[in-house]
Ligand binder design. Structure first.
Ligand code: AMP
Ligand code: MN
Ligand code: MN
Ligand code: MN
Length: 283
């Protein structure tokens, strides 16, 4: 069977490798089919496409959309979207504007907490691309405010901490309409990360399916074995296709590797069997 990794990031969002370097790394890690799924942007897809042809690796153009659902932030992947679809591109542009406003607010709050220059620092990290909390995190680590990326999130960037600002992202239905309108398959990213109660998870997955969602990321770089088994059961119960992705962001998180993923648990139907998956996919 060929090796699929359907969730990854480049410098177009908060990854640290440019798209071409990411694809090279994926190829040498044995990945046959890679989805590039940057946060709220498709800007990396053109470079990734070029690299994929040269490497003989199949690229799935994708995006990871930030969604606000019941006052929480969720991530919905759009796999195999048309990267030139005007309504999707317009929607992503709006989300990036929201990111810009949130970043200004984060910079202001950090300054008030005695850390000046964070917005400029994050901007330098992002090199003019989308502004993510990850860019603030890199800045805060480099200026010695915390020892690691993990640490910096805990100390500064999550709820209850001085640099936390709640984002107001897309509604789930909107995100699904944009993805479907661009010919893509909507997938809930890393579902175990949201720490939902069983009943809230059921409500989420039910609403997602009702609104046209088709997949659940059962296997994820951020799921342990039990979480993977749990999400496999959820995907079966709700008749959703199962997806798998490392959520690779770059070599600075060495515990997440491209293509190094668990097998699907028994009874999962892989997303590459769904209608709308590109026919060229390797069997
Ligand atoms: P944003 O979409 O700008 O709010 O940033 C979210 C991103 O921050 C995620 O996609 C992760 O890449 C990163 N992130 C969130 N929590 C952590 C954490 N605890 N440690 C490292 N990175 C994190
Ligand atoms: Mn990220
Ligand atoms: Mn995510
Ligand atoms: Mn991701």
């Amino acid at each position: 069977m060929c090796c699929y990794d359907l969730h990854s990031h480049s410098t177009a969002s908060d990854g640290t490798l440019p798209p071409a370097a990411l694809l090279e790394k994926a190829r040498s890690a044995g990945v046959d089919v890679l989805a590039l799924t940057d946060h709220d942007t498709l800007d990396g897809v053109a470079e990734a496409r070029q690299a994929s042809a040269a490497l003989g690796l199949e690229l799935i153009p994708g995006v990871e959309i930030s969604v606000t659902w019941k006052a929480m932030t969720l991530h919905v992947l759009g796999l195999n979207v048309d990267p030139d679809n005007p309504p999707l591109l317009a929607a992503l542009r709006e989300l990036r504007a929201t990111r810009e406003q949130r970043a200004q607010h984060i910079g202001y709050k950090l300054a008030k907490a005695g850390i000046p220059g964070a917005l400029e620092g994050a901007r330098r990290q992002s090199r003019g691309k989308i502004l993510s909390r990850t860019h603030f995190a890199h800045f805060l680590v480099e200026t010695g405010r915390a020892a690691s990326l993990q640490d910096v999130f805990k100390k500064f960037l999550v709820k209850g901490r001085p640099g936390y600002v709640r984002g107001e992202w897309a509604a789930m239905e909107q995100a699904l309409n944009w993805i479907r309108g661009a010919g893509g398959l909507p997938v809930i990213a890393h579902p175990a990360r949201y720490r939902l109660t069983r009943s809230k998870l059921n409500t989420l997955v039910g609403e997602f399916r009702e609104a046209g969602g088709v997949g659940l990321e059962v296997v994820s770089g951020s799921h342990n074995r039990d979480e993977t088994l749990h999400m496999a059961a959820v995907s079966r119960a709700h008749k959703l296709f199962a997806s798998c992705g490392s959520d690779y962001h770059g070599p600075e998180k060495p515990w997440v590797e491209l293509g190094r993923l668990r097998e699907f648990p028994e009874g999962c139907t892989p997303i590459w069997n769904a209608d709308g998956w590109p026919v060229a996919a390797v069997a």
